[in-house]
Design a protein around this ligand. Structure first.
Ligand code: NAP
Length: 254
């Protein structure tokens, strides 16, 4: 190895891709890695690298952190719907002239046999449900408030942590679990609750795809919430291997 300076990387985490990336970076002598979780869920999956928790305090707070921690490069591997964090990362890295990479999985595409109702946001998703629907909400806790006005709809909601007392939630059944990776399990769940519509965000990724395949086989319409518009920030790479390549190139250039 011709160089000795380690590249100090901040990985903004909260996704499976971030976990895979930190797994691959851990123990590599070229890198010193710190990951960051928002602290949004009570027991996030432990990562293979030192991990800090909680917000930075907006773009200015993140810029300050980058300086104090001597970060050479940021990899924004947050969820496609974590638009605020991505915007903050873009602003802070711009301020500090710190290189920023974005790792964001591809979105799902409708395929033959799918019936998707495309909507731009969760408010429109709530409006798109027909009277008397029995909807399965596979959206985040923070988005449930958009559905509280639909008293004519029966909701089944899946979430990892229960909603906080001040978080608005439509009346209905709450299922505490991660998405299931088995299409059969998702199909049985939808059938058991007599679901007529699936509502989901276009998160992409293999883990959440089983519910779409289950909806297809049951011929359930899917209300698909589009990803938020990307503002500032780099063009995303789609695979962990691409992010690793960018980091390697940066290490070589130092
Ligand atoms: P968000 O709306 O974009 O961000 C809200 C605030 O949370 C940010 O301004 C930041 O606080 C803090 N934050 C977000 N990600 C952070 C991170 N990795 N490390 C430190 N602080 C972070 O994000 P969100 O939609 O609430 O998502 C929160 C976390 O959950 C993200 O890490 C995301 O990857 C993960 N997640 C989100 C979704 C989703 O659908 N939104 C789904 C699965 C996982 P400050 O401004 O104080 O820095």
């Amino acid at each position: 190895m011709p160089q000795t300076k380690r590249l100090k990387i901040l990985v903004l985490a909260g996704t499976r891709e971030a976990r895979e990336l930190t797994d691959r970076l851990a123990g590599d002598p070229r890198y010193e890695v710190v990951a960051s979780y928002a602290g949004a869920i009570a027991q996030p999956t432990p990562l293979a690298v030192p991990t800090r928790m909680g917000g930075f305090g907006g773009p200015a707070g993140l810029a300050q952190y980058l300086q104090a921690a001597g970060i050479d490069v940021v990899v924004d591997a947050t969820h496609p719907f974590a638009a605020r964090m991505s915007a903050n990362a873009a602003a802070a890295c711009d301020l500090r002239r710190t290189p920023l990479y974005r790792l964001e999985r591809e979105g799902w595409q409708a395929e033959p046999g799918d019936t998707w109702i495309d909507v731009p946001d969760v408010r429109r998703a709530a409006e798109a449900l027909p009277d008397g629907a029995r909807a399965f909400l596979a959206v985040g806790r923070k988005e449930l408030g958009a559905f509280t006005g639909r008293e004519d709809v029966t909701f089944t909601m899946r979430m990892i942590d229960p909603p906080a007392p001040d978080e608005p939630v439509p009346p209905g059944e709450i299922i505490r679990s991660f998405p299931q990776e088995s299409v059969d399990a998702e199909r049985s769940l939808f059938a058991a609750h007599d679901i007529s519509h699936l509502v989901t965000k276009n998160s992409g990724g293999a883990a959440g795809r089983a519910k779409l395949l289950a909806a297809r086989t049951l011929k359930l319409p899917v209300v698909m919430v589009a990803r938020p518009a990307t503002g500032a920030g780099p063009r995303p790479v789609r695979r962990v291997s691409d992010a690793l390549r960018l980091l390697e190139e940066l290490w070589c250039r130092q």
